[in-house]
Design a protein around this ligand. Structure first.
Ligand SMILES: Nc1nc2c(ncn2[C@@H]2O[C@H](COP(=O)(O)OP(=O)(O)OP(=O)(O)O)[C@@H](O)[C@H]2O)c(=O)[nH]1
Length: 205
């Protein structure tokens, strides 16, 4: 894997001012981004999130998933701590791409769940590869994180690259009537740790 760091700039957001670092994976041509706040290259574990691209949830306000809610909550949590990192990974649709995700959504409109839809299109349920995280975190000087996720595969992937995960922090937010089945399928078939599907969280309409 050949990953090149390209440039850093400030990124002011409603939550605070982050530093944005751009990386190019020369093998795939994909452009990935890391947002950091505070000093992250010291010895203390860094509050972190690996966020997979979701154009619909992150930018278009979709309520079909929990992605946009999690992105916002993660940035807020990092800003509240004044220190942390979010890797924004260009693996749209759990790696199948935007147009295939729309195809999968069409199948879900007809009753398939998110796993069945991927399989009917000839894809594995989750095609993501987290290898890009290793050189990105190495560039930022981060060796240990407290990871905001409900997905044990992310923890395993990081540990496999030699990144220590000091703690997993649940990120259960954004439950609504449109994503309840999606979240239930994530818990039932993809191994996400969602407890009683966001027990205690009021369902947003
Ligand atoms: N194929 C497919 N992808 C989806 C669907 N809904 C959301 N996604 C994608 O699923 C991914 C979710 O990414 P994350 O939120 O980083 O990861 P996660 O596995 O949900 O784990 P968490 O860290 O707990 O959020 C994004 O790439 C979305 O585009 C769907 O119905 N089908």
């Amino acid at each position: 894997m050949s990953v090149v760091f390209v440039a850093s700039s400030l990124l002011p957001t409603p939550f605070g001012v982050f530093t944005m670092h751009g990386f190019l994976d020369e093998q795939t041509g994909k452009e990935h981004v890391a947002l950091t706040m505070g000093t992250v290259d010291d010895d203390a574990p860094v509050l972190g999130r690996l966020h997979s691209e979701c154009l619909t949830g992150d930018a278009l306000f979709s309520m079909r998933c929990d992605c946009g809610y999690q992105l916002e909550a993660a940035l807020q949590a990092i800003a509240a701590e004044g220190r942390g990192v979010l890797l924004y990974l260009r693996q749209e649709g759990r790696g199948i791409g935007l147009l295939n995700k729309i195809r999968a959504y069409a199948l879900q409109d007809e009753g398939a769940d998110t796993v069945e839809a991927n399989e009917r299109l000839g894809f594995a349920p989750d095609m993501r590869d987290y290898a890009i995280c290793k050189p990105m975190l190495a560039h930022l000087g981060i060796a240990e994180v407290e990871l905001m996720t409900n997905n044990p595969r992310k923890v395993k992937a990081l540990e496999g690259f030699g990144i220590r995960v000091a703690k997993r922090k649940a990120l259960q937010i954004g439950l609504n009537p449109h994503n309840r089945k999606y979240l239930e399928t994530k818990a039932g078939k993809l191994g996400h740790l969602l407890g009683e599907i966001h027990q205690g969280e009021a369902e947003q309409s």
